[in-house]
Ligand binder design. Structure first.
Ligand code: NAD
Length: 335
């Protein structure tokens, strides 16, 4: 298949070319896919996209006019695709359901440890010759109560790691996970998880039900000084409500790898530009907030797995074989 590959960086090209071995004709484009760039797919039969590409109905309609038959997502989440429109336009959608849950789980724990022990502050201080410890006080993770929202592939590994640290584990999921239950994870309602957790970490998908799951009402229920971590999808948290909760001290630590409006920011070097997003800019001013730019997945193992599965998905869709990674409307329904 001739494939228009959007949002590509040098590392995407490297791993995709390695996996492809000339099976498909890959045409790489740096811009995101959106209404303005969709025509770049002219002459191709498939598009290959990432988390911040826009696959709403109007974009899919342009793709269908270009005879695009398949969309290969280089990610697990598919919240950026209008699946109803894809079905109506007979465009197949495939994703990479798992590439390295360890990558994301380990980054989650890196945020927890980095925030708690203020590694980011110590790093700058020590380089400036400031060896004072005021403001660097942390707490033992051992004995803390960690609430995990979404105990699928990633949440389950976070549970295992935090169990290793000696945390008490609470969990909330629409389908409890047996491995987590065997670890001693206590499944509770969302309200109870908010009320009892010292650390809350999000690992559920972004769906209409989970949009702004963490909002001002949720913050009201949480312990003062709670640590909140989001490596899942930005819109799980109402970022303006988070700013308010940081100002009152309700949130004691905030670790984000994702942000609701990250499409205009992440994956680009904007160091010479003025950030126009005032909520994001405000978040950056707090001493107890660490933000990484959607890098939780970014390990060699994950990039290789993403590329291998993406090429396999394209091959199955091209050959009309059953593709185990197709995403259909049934995936959007909460069981
Ligand atoms: P998964 O499908 O294995 O697990 C998701 C879990 O969430 C499931 O157990 C599911 O039952 C649960 N869930 C669904 N709806 C829910 C709801 N309304 N409330 C509570 N739980 C609910 O997915 P995963 O591989 O563990 O990935 C989790 C999320 O992590 C993905 O949706 C994706 O958005 C995100 N992610 C982020 C990165 C990154 O680089 N930051 C990388 C990969 C995945």
């Amino acid at each position: 298949m001739k494939v228009a590959v959007f949002s590509t960086k040098s590392y995407d090209q490297f791993f995709l070319n390695e996996a492809n071995q000339s099976q498909h004709e890959l045409v790489f484009f740096e811009p995101h896919l959106n209404e303005k760039t969709a025509l770049l797919s002219q002459g191709c039969e498939a598009v290959c996209v990432f988390v911040n590409d826009d696959l709403q109905a109007s974009v899919l309609e342009i793709l269908a006019e270009q005879q695009i038959q398949a969309i290969a997502l280089r990610c697990a989440g598919f919240n950026n695709v209008d699946l109803e429109a894809a079905q109506r336009l007979a465009i197949q959608v495939a994703r990479v359901p798992a590439y390295s849950p360890y990558a994301v789980a380990e980054h989650t724990v890196a945020l927890i440890l980095g925030l708690n022990r203020k590694i980011y502050r110590s790093f700058s201080r020590v380089r400036e010759g400031n060896f004072a410890l005021e403001g660097l006080l942390g707490f033992d993770l051992h004995g803390q109560t960690a609430g995990i929202i979404g105990t699928g592939k990633i949440g389950q590994i976070v549970a295992k790691i935090l169990n290793g640290f000696g945390c008490q584990l609470l969990a909330y999921d629409v389908v409890p996970n047996e491995t987590c239950q065997q670890l001693g994870c206590e499944y509770v309602g969302l309200d109870e998880l908010f009320q009892r957790s010292d650390i809350i970490t999000l690992h559920c998908p972004l769906t209409p039900e989970t949009h702004h799951l963490i909002n001002s009402q949720a913050f009201e229920q949480m312990k003062d000084g709670v640590m909140l971590i989001n490596t899942s999808r930005g819109a799980l948290i109402d970022a303006s409500a988070a700013v308010k909760a940081l100002k009152t001290g309700k949130i004691g630590y905030l670790g984000l790898d994702v942000y609701e409006e990250e499409g205009d920011l992440f994956f680009e070097d904007l160091s010479g530009k003025v950030i126009q997003d005032d909520v994001f800019a405000r978040l950056l001013t707090f001493p107890n907030v660490v933000i990484t730019g959607h890098q939780a997945f970014f390990t060699e193992n994950a990039l290789k797995n993403i590329a291998d599965t993406t090429i396999d998905n394209l091959t199955s869709m091209a050959q009309g074989k059953s593709c185990p990674n197709l995403v259909t409307l049934k995936h959007t329904r909460t069981p």
